[in-house]
Ligand binder design. Sequence first.
Ligand code: NAP
Length: 315
Amino acid sequence: MFYAIIRSGDVTELSKFKPNISSQSEGSTKLKIAIIGFGNFGQFLAKAIVRHGHQVLAYSRSDYSHVAEEMGASYFNSVDDLFEQHPEVILLCTSILSTEKVLKSLPVQRLKRNTLFVDVLSVKEFPRNLFLQHLSHDFDILCTHPMFGPESGKNGWNGLAFVYDKVRIGTDESRTSRCDRFLDIFSGEGCRMVEMSCAEHDWHAAGSQFITHTTGRFLEKLKLEATPIDTKGYETLLSLVENTAGDSFDLYYGLFLYNANAMEQLERFDLAFESLKKRLFDRMHGFYRQQVFKHEENLHNVTERRMLPKGSEEK
Ligand code: NAP
């Protein structure tokens, strides 16, 4: 039996998000954005943020000063020094698994009190709850998930989904406008802006993103290779492997561990595979059973004929 997946009542609210065309001067619309976690995805986002003219200050566990310099970002080896620059936005790009530890270690007392905290974790309820638990009421909170990565977004972000939830944004103009200016980076790149609650995101993502990563990793284990006679379908499988292979196992484990709906999806995956195998084997057994019965029937007829008195066969 499969689990019945009923997604009724799921209302995906496509926001009428419009790029913020502000009357402010060019200089004041630009943000000072601190990226915490400057790995694969942090660097990927930083390039676009710099391209939009914002100032990027980066910090990570490893030293990425050369990478930062190449893209026009400033790199800090100390998060204290970075926070003393008073960035307006703190963009958390750490692995899902390390986020709690990293967040707790940040010297938030060095920041201006209403700084905007943003995350890009591929799960959403977890960072939302962490932010609400660890950040004082003065800080603004925006939870986001760009539904693409360095591989799927390498040719631009036009039409790719960007999910966000304005968890806590102060009502005064400077704070709403700062949040909008941050979102403008993504709408300006042509992303499909989707405003959705973190809980709703996790429900959808387990049924789509986690299944995609699981399938990609499953196929990777088969070590598939291109052949001279690839079909379109097979090419799609190869590109799925390519799409997911670049992501760290930490990311995949985070999708599993920190999305309450992932376990159910993994079980469905398992059940679906078993059910397919069962259907194949049932049909094959049915066929062989028929063959065996036919054979036994023939044997039975031959034995019966042998047991008949001589000459009776002709009658
Ligand atoms: P990841 O493996 O999920 O995270 C790598 C980042 O986490 C690096 O900056 C790394 O710092 C940091 N990190 C890992 N362990 C740490 C620890 N114990 N202490 C401090 N920092 C630690 O790979 P990713 O692809 O770069 O993803 C980053 C975030 O973006 C994740 O939350 C992910 O869910 C999200 N995201 C990723 C994609 C994607 O396609 N890759 C798409 C959307 C959202 P160092 O490099 O300095 O070690």
